[in-house]
Design a binder for this molecule. Structure first.
Ligand SMILES: Nc1nc2c(c(=O)[nH]1)N[C@H]1C(S)=C(S)[C@@H](COP(=O)(O)OP(=O)(O)OC[C@H]3O[C@@H](n4cnc5c(=O)[nH]c(N)nc54)[C@H](O)[C@@H]3O)O[C@H]1N2
Ligand SMILES: Nc1nc2c(c(=O)[nH]1)N[C@H]1C(S)=C(S)[C@@H](COP(=O)(O)OP(=O)(O)OC[C@H]3O[C@@H](n4cnc5c(=O)[nH]c(N)nc54)[C@H](O)[C@@H]3O)O[C@H]1N2
Ligand code: SF4
Ligand SMILES: [Mo]
Length: 717
């Protein structure tokens, strides 16, 4: 049957690529095919393996389709796959909304007040409205605690802001012009696959791809050179490169003089980072460090694809900052195809005030903005926070029971009988296991939205392709209706999706979005942002002149007075993490653990689908360890092992393999309920925060491993 229509949508998953998706819908209103838009300059006609199978998710028999209430007497805790009917009973939307509104009102008028209500959301849906719009208005109006959404990119974001004052970077479409490409803590084939064709194009013209990653990813295997750096030591490597660049006069004195601030103090700092001392810290050879610096500076244009892997260690802010400074030292921004990309999100400055309405907090019973709670310390927030303690949590776009660090504390908090937990979800996840009320959420096929991107420069509209399945409702609809049940009378709680798209696009302070309207998006689906400095052939080159910088000095800042005033080191430097091979704790827990993402999941999304679990099966429930570390512990490939530290222990199956250097081990994120003891890898990670931005430190985790007698079949997903 020919499709009756083809609908233009945009993938809203937490991924830099923000693909343009064509959805075929048949005469019965059923989506039959998902395809990467061949006309989109970054999507270029393909989707990643995860989303190619997205219809398995949309039409999964396990989709959560109706509001549910915990049966009386059902204790909060893990529910095996498919067994939720024993724990939850179906209720109507009206009843669900009434139960929630009544409970929230009770809490607000109790001694705890509105700040004891905590929203918890992240980027299960990254489209603009789905990520943060009506929900923000709702919680503002309540006077609820405000969530500091640090779980992913906080340290790197602060780093970019400190150096450039803007989250902008090299256009992915220009990587084709580069001669040297550094993938720094960036698993491009796993997490940013639409950059790959541009890299391949550059390589066909002679470019070299250099990987800097402690783990031998698929990307590292495909690279020309892999530097297997020790975790958390990137700031030392970047400073070591600077040492060489300055000493050998390979830096761009003209760029440095015109467009940077603080060269002299940086030069003095870099002097300390001799290749020999950097080799000691990073585990790389002095020759490689020198060669890397020379190649980076001379085989130009050179571009760095830094990704967030770098900034998930305790020293991550300094590392991201030091790396971000490299193209300012070499003047790489001057060359088309040169520069650096960590994020492009700064190009999409929508009118957040209008979307989120923080001013509504003044109308709440506390009459001011609510307190701030860091999402990377959820365990602490639910078990230790007082004044007031958290009494209710509303979770959407997130699966904190699996993805938040220090899982044992998180689950202890979620288990509290006095905590009222609402979870809006597409599936019965590890977090719904602890919910009092579960609400069904739509997928991006089932609602309208629009989105920017953090890895490219096209603004897109995402049209609704099919009717919501079952009684699923979008985030916008949920909070609009909850506002009515609370009795909020402000007109903004009646805004439609179209109203909010218009509001987000009008009154923006960004000249780059000026003149772009919803109507244009509806007609064209995707519009490239308008950079005023664009050259005639459409090439966009940021940081080539003063007008790009939004720092206090108006230049790229090697030295930051702002950070100094906040008590930080004004220069980047290497400081060993509390959990690293250089810390005293390493005597008891000598292995550095990389608690990684799955290539075939999106954080914990897709873990509920058999089709995706099959693709991830060789890695999930597995501990990859170096042959030398295995030998020292009498562990053979396939052995059942226990991985532990002071926070907890988890059973895994050993995979003895040199994907990691000696002293490093790796395991992967997924659903807790798919493991044999119901605990995920985040049992091992801590709530220690990064040096900048208050981000999580998933990659600064020490563990020890021992062989156990347990049968390894326990680990089969
Ligand atoms: N398939 C897939 N795609 C995804 C996601 C997913 O879960 N699966 N998640 C999405 C999300 S939320 C994000 S934020 C992005 C993240 O995208 P990436 O930042 O690329 O993801 P990570 O795998 O966390 O980190 C990248 C690499 O950093 C390495 N690394 C760890 N520690 C260090 C270190 O100290 N130094 C260096 N140099 N490297 C280090 C890791 O081994 C990893 O290979 O990807 C998005 N895309
Ligand atoms: N050990 C370890 N932990 C990590 C990481 C790691 O690399 N290692 N990565 C961290 C990073 S970078 C990130 S960004 C976080 C990600 O953490 P989360 O943002 O929590 O990501 P997901 O696990 O994908 O969970 C998103 C959930 O939102 C649901 N969802 C999707 N769309 C919608 C919607 O429209 N409405 C509602 N209500 N729900 C929806 C999905 O079904 C899914 O269960 O995890 C962090 N945790
Ligand atoms: S997850 Fe990323 S690569 Fe996959 S379809 Fe979505 S935007 Fe594209
Ligand atoms: Mo992330």
């Amino acid at each position: 049957m020919d499709p009756l229509k083809v609908v233009h949508a945009a993938c809203p998953l937490d991924c830099p690529d923000a693909c343009s998706v064509l959805i075929s819908v048949n005469g019965e209103g059923r989506a039959t095919k998902l395809q990467g838009n061949p006309d989109h300059p970054v999507t270029r006609g393909f989707l990643c393996a995860k989303v190619t199978k997205y219809l398995d998710l949309v039409y999964s028999p396990d989709r959560l389709l109706y509001p549910m209430r915990r049966r009386s007497g059902a204790v909060k805790g893990p529910v095996p796959l498919g067994k939720h009917a024993a724990v939850f009973e179906r209720i109507s939307w009206d009843e669900a909304l009434d139960v929630i509104a009544t409970r929230l009102k009770d809490i607000i008028s109790s001694k705890f007040g509105p700040e004891s209500i905590l929203p918890y959301s992240y980027a299960g849906n990254m489209a603009v409205l789905g990520y943060g719009s009506m929900d923000r208005r709702f919680f503002s109006r309540l006077g609820a605690s405000r969530l500091d959404r640090t779980i992913c990119s906080a340290a790197g974001g602060e780093a970019l802001m400190a150096v450039y004052g803007a989250k902008l970077g090299t256009d992915p479409e220009h990587f084709r012009h580069a001669r040297t490409i550094l993938a720094w803590g960036a698993n491009i084939l796993g997490t940013n696959v639409h950059l790959w064709p541009f890299i391949e194009e550059a390589r066909q013209k002679g470019a070299r791809l250099i990987m800097i990653d402690p783990y031998k990813t698929r990307t590292a295997q495909a690279a020309d050179w892999h530097l297997q750096i020790r975790p958390g030591t990137d700031s030392a490597l970047a400073l070591g490169m600077m040492h060489v660049l300055i000493k050998e006069n390979l830096y761009d004195a003209d760029y440095v003089q015109r467009l940077t601030h603080g060269f002299e103090p940086l030069r003095d700092r870099a002097k300390e980072y001799t290749p020999a001392c950097v080799a000691e810290v990073t585990g790389l050879s002095t020759e490689d460090i020198v060669r890397l610096a020379r190649e980076y500076a001379t085989a130009t244009p050179s571009v760095i694809r830094m990704n967030y892997g770098v900034q998930r260690g305790q020293n991550g802010g300094a590392a991201a900052r030091a790396i971000a400074m490299l193209p300012c030292l070499t003047g790489a921004w001057k060359h088309l195809g040169g520069g650096l990309q960590l994020s492009t999100s700064g190009a999409f400055q929508f009118n957040k005030q209008a979307l989120e309405r923080p001013d509504l907090a003044l109308k709440s019973s506390i009459g001011r903005l609510g307190r701030v709670v860091n999402m990377s310390r959820l365990g602490h927030a639910l078990t230790e926070l007082s004044d007031p303690p958290v009494q209710a949590m509303v979770v959407y776009n997130s699966n904190p029971a699996a993805i938040a660090p220090n899982q044992t504390a998180v689950l202890r908090g979620l288990r509290r009988a006095d905590l009222f937990t609402v979870v809006h979800e597409q599936f019965f996840t590890d977090t719904t296991d602890y919910a009092d009320i579960v609400l069904p959420a739509t997928t991006f096929l089932e609602h309208k939205d629009f989105e920017g991107a953090y890895g490219q420069y096209h603004l897109q509209l995402s049209e609704q392709a099919i009717a919501p399945l079952g009684e699923a409702r979008s985030n916008v609809t949920l909070f609009r209706q909850l506002a009515q049940h609370m009795g909020f009378t402000e007109p903004c709680f009646l805004d439609t999706e179209d109203d909010m798209i218009d509001q987000a696009l009008s009154g923006t302070t960004s000249p780059w979005l000026e003149g772009i309207t919803r109507e244009q998006l509806e007609a064209r689906h995707s519009i490239r942002v308008k950079f005023p400095q664009e050259t005639n052939d459409g090439a966009f080159q940021p940081f080539v002149s003063e007008e790009w910088f939004r720092t206090p000095s108006g230049k790229a800042e090697f030295y930051s007075e702002t950070l100094a005033a906040q008590g930080h080191d004004p220069l980047p430097g290497y400081v060993a993490a509390e959990e690293s091979r250089h810390s005293p704790l390493a005597r008891r827990f000598p292995l550095e653990l990389l608690a990684r993402k799955g290539d075939n999941y999106m954080n914990s999304t897709f873990a509920g689908l058999a089709s995706h679990r099959v693709m991830e099966a060789t890695h999930f429930g597995v501990l990859e360890m170096h042959p030398a570390d295995a030998l020292a512990r009498g562990i053979a490939d396939g052995d059942a092992v226990e991985v532990f530290n002071e926070r907890g222990k988890i059973p895994l199956r050993a995979k003895v393999i040199a994907t990691v250097p000696a002293g490093v081990a790796a395991s992967r994120l997924g659903w807790n309920k798919l493991t044999c003891d119901g605990q995920g890898v985040n049992v091992l990670t801590s709530e220690t925060l990064t040096d900048l931005g208050g981000g999580p430190t998933f990659y600064s985790t020490l563990v020890e491993v021992r062989r156990t007698q347990q049968g390894s079949e326990c680990n089969e997903p």
